[in-house]
Design a protein around this ligand. Sequence first.
Ligand code: SF4
Length: 339
Amino acid sequence: MLKPVATLDPFSDPAPFRDALAEWFGKHGRDYPWRRTSDPYAVLISEVMLQQTQIATVLGRNYYGRFLDRFPDPPSLAIADDADLLKAWEGLGYYRRVRMLRETARAVVEAGRFPESLDALQKLPGVGRYTANAVRAFAFDLPAAVVDGNVARVLSRVVDFRDTVDSPAGLKHLWTLADQLADPQRPKVYNSALMEIGQTCCRPGVPDCLACPIAQFCKTREPETLPVKTAKAKTTQVESHVLWMRDSEGRVLLHQEQGKRRQGLWKLPERKAADVSGLREIATHRYGITRYQVTLHVHQAIPTTPIREDEVWQQPEAVASLAMPSPYRRAVEALLKES
Ligand code: SF4
């Protein structure tokens, strides 16, 4: 592949490196809604949303805008009840994140202000070094480096780092490099630029080095082999069996989760494979979650199918307002449309 040879060392003189990033970002930086704000609460919401969800998904369905319309500030989020909270996060998954955000909102309301220091930010529930520094840089424009997956890839290529980037030692090293290079004058622009280079030219696999503004600082000769990551855990296949059951009034049988991870979310009632062996399978949905590949088998219940005490009949019109994991939402909506 075509890759320019490095002629400058950003560590002996970081100024030209920072200038190159700022100049590129001035011309090519994208206009995301969270880049138009300096409200630390709004920045925190965007950072947490983007932790496990792609930018295109967050923007495409306007999750960010809708969440801020519903909960525009820490006081409104601090008093959110579970149903509202989960509904506002529906489709984003990893619901623990939004519960943590509510805890953070409560802590901010109690303190009377949003903290600015790294230490104080890291004391907020669910806020680690990356998120704390992102709030410092993007909301307060304070000197702070950020290392997310994109930045880790760019930096590992710039220095030709051949150890694993996701091991504790590898991460520690990357944070040290990031701290050395971070721009104390333009932290918001610098970090935005570095992250965006990771999303555009310095993408995974084969990067577009000819379009890269920091190619002259980049040491690696084999960028497509970087970053080195620890081997992923193997995917585990999971078969999940659920019932589709409606009563004479057309109501749908649902179950509200009580388990820790998805507490409060509504799902179709789950059964063991043996319990549904005589029932017709009417829909199949496949989805991935962390290292699990789940196949959701939906079975048509019959009037004699036993139901459980904690399962609830819901009017079809009410179903839209209940918080539901995306695969279940898709299954229920498709079946309601058919009937
Ligand atoms: S795109 Fe990535 S690998 Fe290529 S020159 Fe830029 S930083 Fe280096």
